[in-house]
Design a binder for this molecule. Structure first.
Ligand SMILES: *[C@@H]1O[C@H](CO)[C@@H](O)[C@H](O)[C@H]1NC(C)=O
Ligand SMILES: *[C@@H]1O[C@H](CO)[C@@H](O)[C@H](O)[C@H]1NC(C)=O
Ligand SMILES: *[C@@H]1O[C@H](CO)[C@@H](O)[C@H](O)[C@H]1NC(C)=O
Ligand SMILES: *[C@@H]1O[C@H](CO)[C@@H](O)[C@H](O)[C@H]1NC(C)=O
Length: 355
């Protein structure tokens, strides 16, 4: 693993060399930190070529945040793959630092929107977690709440409330590549303002999914006094929330298009909504040029009517059925003391894959 990851690093350096010769090619992205298993902390550095010049500078000012950047990226990539595991586009990633999510990172589609939102949310989540665990000098628990609350009602704020402001600030600083005015006075969006909007929506998702947790005190759990604190939702919940936003995302007009329909201009978009510029392809067939894997060979469910059903997933091309042998431990018995004895059971199951 060690040599493989350093091999990938070298490949990355080589690719970047090529990219600098030919700047029109795709750029490496920090999101790649969420893909690679080259995660040994000592290998992380602010000079990492996947960071942009601006990110490197921010990193040098706050190097202690770099592990959180990697953790946040990994959290976001794996949640993206979890949310889309049954869809035609399954959030697959590439080991190539300049590819990461392939074409979907720049296609301006709903998928681009989800990627930016989940990555921004991942950063907030991991930085905040680190703050709450007391690993940072720059941030900690949310002190504004502590001591407040309503004692007469029998509860008060206490414990450690997650302080998401610092993580939110950092996520914005790290991801939004310009502090340029996001004003859309001319109407319409560019890919960069679209990304900026969606990463903002991702950060909002953290705030919107936060909850208040309480613990009871008092004689034998009478709950005469309660201590409450605010905490972030597990990242899975944030992912599910964003997936819903993805389903309901709205198309906005592209500023660079000459013909912009009048009614598209200045249609206000809620800051929690995900927005996109371009319609998505159907992701049915392999298209190497656009980095689309297609669904051939994907496992589907014959009885499901959801996106993982063979009909939808295979785009009507049909499916192959294979019989697979499963061997499991079964009829386990506890034997005094202290063994568990199991038998090996064999079963034959049908597996379907798209043609
Ligand atoms: C996504 O699907 C492709 C086949 O289309 C498969 O090779 C890949 O492993 C899948 N990725 C994930 C993350 O499930
Ligand atoms: C905080 O620091 C401890 C000890 O160094 C480490 O085990 C833990 O993973 C860190 N937590 C985060 C969220 O970085
Ligand atoms: C951003 O736009 C607003 C209104 O469109 C304007 O008032 C403000 O001065 C602009 N800020 C910058 C930094 O250009
Ligand atoms: C297939 O889909 C059905 C209906 O949604 C579900 O009950 C079943 O567990 C699924 N099978 C597998 C192997 O996922």
């Amino acid at each position: 693993m060690e040599t493989r990851s350093s091999g990938v690093r070298h490949m990355c350096a080589l690719t970047l060399l090529l990219v600098s010769v030919c700047p029109l090619c795709c750029k490496a992205s920090w999101m790649w930190l969420g893909v690679t298993s080259a995660g040994a902390p000592e290998q992380l550095s602010c000079g990492d070529p996947v960071l942009s010049a601006r990110q490197r500078e921010l990193c040098r000012r706050k190097p202690f945040l770099l592990p959180s950047v990697r953790d946040g990226a990994q959290l976001a990539v794996s949640e993206c793959q979890n949310q889309f595991r049954q869809e035609r586009w399954n959030c697959s990633t590439s080991r190539e630092p300049t590819a990461v999510f392939g074409h979907e990172l720049t296609s301006g589609t709903k998928e681009t929107a989800f990627i930016y939102a989940v990555m921004a949310a991942g950063l907030v989540h991991s930085v905040t977690r680190s703050c709450s665990q007391g690993n940072m000098t720059e941030c900690g628990c949310d002190a504004r709440l502590r001591g407040g609350g309503t004692a007469p009602e029998g509860w008060h704020w206490g414990g450690c409330s997650d302080h998401i402001q610092f993580g939110t600030w950092f996520s914005r600083k790290f991801m939004d590549n310009s502090v340029k005015n996001m004003s859309t006075s001319r109407g319409g969006y560019t890919l960069s303002t679209m990304n900026q909007h969606n990463s903002g929506a991702g950060r909002q998702a953290i705030e919107r999914t936060m909850s208040t947790d309480c613990r009871c005190h008092g004689i034998s759990g009478s709950c005469a006094v309660k201590t409450c604190w605010r905490s972030m939702a597990p990242f899975k919940r944030v992912g599910a929330y964003l997936k819903e936003r993805y389903e309901q995302s709205v198309q906005v007009s592209d500023r660079s298009r000459r013909k912009m329909r009048k009614k598209d201009r200045r249609r206000p978009v809620d800051k929690h909504q995900l927005i996109y510029l371009n319609k998505s392809p159907n992701y049915c067939l392999e298209d190497r040029r656009r980095g689309i894997a297609g669904t051939r060979g994907r496992r589907c469910n014959r009885t499901s009517t959801g996106p993982d059903g063979c009909n939808l997933l295979c785009c009507g091309r049909g499916y192959n059925t294979h019989v697979v042998r499963n061997i499991q431990r079964c009829e386990c018995k506890f034997v005094w003391c202290c063994y568990v004895h199991c038998r090996r059971c064999e079963s034959m199951n049908d597996m379907h894959t798209c043609k």
